[in-house]
Design a protein around this ligand. Structure first.
Ligand code: SF4
Length: 457
């Protein structure tokens, strides 16, 4: 067991068995727990919970691990098992049914998460090296929440799977506890991100983890449903239009998560999508988007498109333009195809000359801008809630965003008569104008003043 530590911090006892690799795993787990504010106990009596890092290499090592678990259960009672024997959860639970949680080798996040679930850390502003919500490079009031690493897709223009590997999903409880810490730290908007958010949990077969005493599946819908219970704006990025995405649209219609989907469609022509190695049934996708909008008329769709992909013909490009108009893609990012070293698309025939790429880029930007202008004009006259990013007191102006605007990539809501408003405030405003990308608004109380000023002018 590790050194004792006085104070009110929850204390962990550790029994570390096995080889040097297991010892390094133990060190890594303890380092993370220490950073979260846990203290450690050398003996069973002083520990609030005991971690047993097991070995399962030989039968004798298995037995030693089972004995160690038994001793910890007898001496302390609150035991979490991790390490190599963790792959034999059935054996452990059969021998010692009272263990609180079992995680396998190298599952650092899962074991820390299990400790958090059964013995929550107590934040202490005087001794913690980092605030409970972690260190963030974003403003105080919004944050990104990464739910997985890597990607199982193999888009021909992309080398991310080569660099970051296949999909590795975080345990859902770990994601949700992180969201809670962010909210407790003052975050009002969370952007859920990954390479492919809708594929969340596929790699772990939707494994459950304990969150607030409940078993929650690492599955797109379940994660979103849990986020919907939290008091925060939840915005979904990098979602693919798979059928199971349908299930979160009602949550958007009910106002439980933001009516916003960032879906990187990249193109609409079946032949270009095939060459990109992406799902190619854009007609079905169009139907799906229409159904989504029937359920949630406020839904904003943001997307990225690539022009000048090898083999893209004029017909392909025209089809893309029509599709963006029909789908009413509210926000579009447009990129000219560029070969990326190592990407399979570099070997494709039908390279599109630069001047054609430039023309298509300009045309698509214009079409996307027209669609955006039309979509934003529909919002004039509405009363909406905005989140303030910045203020310009000298101009009496606040720069804010609505539920339809993600930070950095979308437009803004320019709020005049914004005296007394601070960054991070949520303010109810009336939309009084729009242009290609932005909305213009005044706080709800200011409309009467404006009416009076207009009447007397
Ligand atoms: S473009 Fe996105 S979905 Fe496709 S392989 Fe790259 S990371 Fe995965």
């Amino acid at each position: 067991m590790t050194q004792a530590n006085a104070g009110a911090q929850p204390k962990i006892g550790l029994v570390s068995l096995g080889c040097p690799k297991a010892l390094v795993d133990s060190e890594r787990i303890l380092t993370t727990l220490r950073a979260q504010g846990y203290a450690f106990s050398r003996d069973y009596e002083g520990a609030d919970i005991v971690l047993v890092n097991t070995c399962g290499f030989l039968d004798s090592a298995k037995q030693e691990s089972l004995d160690a678990i038994g001793e910890a259960v007898a001496e302390n009672g609150k035991v979490i098992v991790t390490g190599c024997l963790g792959v034999e959860e059935g054996l452990i639970r059969k021998t010692h049914p009272s263990v609180l949680a079992v995680t396998g080798p190298h599952q650092y996040e899962a074991v820390v998460n299990a400790v958090n679930a059964h013995l929550p850390p107590v934040p202490n502003a005087f001794i913690d090296l980092v605030p409970p919500e972690g260190l963030h490079l974003t403003p105080h009031h919004y944050a990104y929440l990464k739910i997985s690493e890597g990607c199982n897709n193999r888009c021909s223009f992309c080398i991310i799977p080569q660099i970051r590997g296949d999909l590795v999903s975080r345990p859902v409880a770990s994601v949700l506890y992180e969201a809670e810490r962010l909210i407790a730290g003052g975050v009002k908007e969370i952007m859920v991100i990954s390479q492919d958010t809708s594929a969340y949990g596929v790699d772990v077969k939707y494994a459950t983890s304990k969150y607030r005493g409940r078993d929650v599946r690492a599955k797109f819908h379940d994660l979103v449903e849990e986020m919907a219970r939290l008091d925060v704006w939840t915005r979904l990025h990098y979602v693919y239009p798979y059928p199971h995405v349908d299930s979160v649209i009602p949550l958007m219609a009910e106002g439980k998560i933001l009516p916003y989907l960032d879906i990187p469609f990249q193109h609409a022509s079946p032949s270009v999508l095939k060459a990109m190695r992406r799902p190619a049934n854009q007609e079905k996708t169009l139907d799906r988007i229409r159904k989504w909008r029937d359920i949630c008329p406020d839904l904003t769709i943001r997307s990225n498109f690539i022009v000048g992909f090898p083999g893209e013909t004029e017909e392909d490009f025209d089809l893309l333009l029509d599709w963006i108009e029909e789908a009413e893609i509210d926000r579009a990012g447009v990129f000219k195809f560029e070969p990326v070293t190592g990407a399979p698309a570099n070997a494709l025939e039908g390279v599109v000359p630069d001047e054609v790429k430039n023309e298509r880029f300009a045309t698509l930007m214009e079409v996307a801008q027209n669609v955006s202008t039309g979509q934003l004009a529909k919002k004039v006259g509405r009363t909406i809630e905005v989140l303030v990013d910045d203020v310009r007191p000298a101009e009496g102006r606040a720069i804010a965003r609505s539920k339809w605007d993600a930070p950095d990539i979308d437009g803004q809501v320019i709020v005049d008569h914004a005296e007394g408003i601070k960054p991070g405030d949520k303010v109810t405003v009336v939309v009084i104008g729009s242009d290609e990308y932005d909305l213009f608004a005044v706080p709800i109380g200011a409309t009467a003043d404006l009416d009076r000023a207009t009447a007397s002018a």
